[in-house]
Design a protein around this ligand. Structure first.
Ligand code: NAD
Ligand code: MG
Length: 388
């Protein structure tokens, strides 16, 4: 790479954020951390900042500002608080690229602000594209900003497309592990606990995405994410369950050829590919050995049992603010499940009810998304209460 990239990591204390720091530290000639932000894990944020010495940190939870300031001001690191500060520091001249590794709808505003300031995006925060994919991709095009996928499936597709950008895609095949409850019945799912749902077979991730993987909502969100990243029609996006998570996704071209990207499940690789594109930087990550995996298997997703994937397909077909509705309802429902307030199957009930109750808007603008998100959260919380 020609010039050092100065990276802002939004959500540095999470699963993606901490792995991004590992990648950056392994390549000191390529990257420098300019900004770190976190929601409420002040201790880890302070530790990370002492280690990688960014110029700026933001702690979103304003109650923790004094503590972070006291620790980092003596090191000459500027400290700000609040989500508005995140939206403003991404625009600093010294930032080249923004890694959106915070979870949920909170990523929307900072991503918009970063794109408006012409910053390239390494996008982990899939919820942003689910909520406002049309707005985000249009803005990125206007500003000449690239959005590099971090999600492993979308990184796989991107890697398959390198050298093929002039060739039309016939379809993509998104692989899904199937999560911890693959093959189970609705009767079984009725009584599953949060602890069972948090045990993902192949990946160690934040709590929200781990539950989304168990419900298959994660794959639903990824179908919508893929539509916007690669400009596809819903019919061009196929989901195949592949329990070993070795093929990270595939692209089929118009001559019938299929390209796949493979490797052990390790998020550091797609993070590094997004930050370092177009270079493939050297890594010491464990290598895949075919002899260890004599069988790679594939099956249909079960849309009757895992209704969230169907709800996501329906939202994509309907378009407008519908994906924003399912995202907000899902965030509330997953949070309630993580607090043992509702059961696993009730997550889909809450989402479905919101799709029926919230006013549909065909061509939403930014304010419509804000309003839809707020109203959906209110309705979803009411529905949660009805289950208690
Ligand atoms: P996580 O829960 O481990 O970390 C989330 C980070 O975001 C933390 O640093 C937290 O402080 C910050 N954060 C949380 N809420 C916030 C808010 N309201 N405002 C500002 N910051 C906030 O999550 P994760 O697993 O690292 O996932 C992050 C994003 O990456 C998600 O959108 C997820 O879907 C996506 N993703 C994650 C993985 C993975 O392997 N973990 C894989 C693909 C995509
Ligand atoms: Mg993924």
């Amino acid at each position: 790479m020609s010039k050092k990239r100065h990276i802002a990591i939004l959500g540095s204390t999470g699963s993606i954020g901490t792995q991004a720091i590992d990648v950056i530290k392994a390549h000191p000639d390529e990257f420098e951390v300019e900004v770190l932000t976190a929601n409420s894990n002040a201790d880890l944020l302070i530790e990370q900042a002492g280690d990688v010495r960014p110029n700026v940190v933001v702690i979103c939870n304003e109650d923790l500002y004094d503590r972070v300031f006291a620790a980092l001001d003596p090191l000459g690191i500027k400290v700000y608080a609040g989500i508005k500060a995140v939206a403003s520091v991404v625009q600093m001249d010294s930032v080249d690229m923004v890694l959106t590794a915070m979870v949920g709808y909170a990523g929307l505003l900072p991503t918009i602000k970063a794109i408006e300031a012409g910053k390239h995006i390494a996008l982990a925060n899939k919820e942003t594209l689910v909520v406002a994919g049309e707005l985000i991709t249009r803005l990125a095009q206007e500003k000449g900003v690239n959005i590099y996928p971090v999600d492993s499936e979308h990184s796989a597709i991107f890697q398959c497309l390198v050298g093929e950008f002039h060739n039309p895609i016939e379809k993509i095949i998104l692989t899904a592990s199937g999560g911890p409850f693959r093959g189970q019945t609705r009767e079984f799912l009725q009584t599953v606990t949060k602890a069972q749902a948090l045990k993902h077979p192949n990946w160690s991730m934040g709590a929200k995405i781990t539950i989304d993987s168990a419900t298959l909502m994660n794959k639903g969100l990824e179908v919508i994410e893929a539509k916007w990243l690669f400009g596809l029609e819903p019919a061009q996006i196929e989901v195949v369950v592949h329990p070993q998570s070795i093929i990270h996704s595939m692209v089929q071209f118009e001559d019938g050829s299929i390209k796949a990207q493979m490797g052990l499940p390790d998020m550091r690789l797609p993070i590094q590919f997004a930050l370092g594109y177009p270079s493939r930087l050297k890594s010491d990550f464990p290598r895949f050995n075919f002899i260890d995996y004599p069988k790679l298997t594939f099956e249909q997703p079960d849309l009757q049992t895992f209704r969230n994937l169907q709800l996501a397909y329906d939202a994509l077909a309907k378009g407008g603010n519908m994906p924003c509705i399912i995202n907000a309802a899902n965030e509330i429902a997953v949070d309630a499940f993580l607090h043992d307030t509702i059961g696993f199957l009730e997550i889909s009930d809450i989402i479905e009810e919101c799709t029926q109750k919230i006013v549909y808007i065909g061509r939403p603008g930014y304010e419509d998304y804000v309003e839809t998100d707020k109203e959906t959260r209110r309705v979803a919380k009411e529905k949660v209460k009805s289950f208690v």
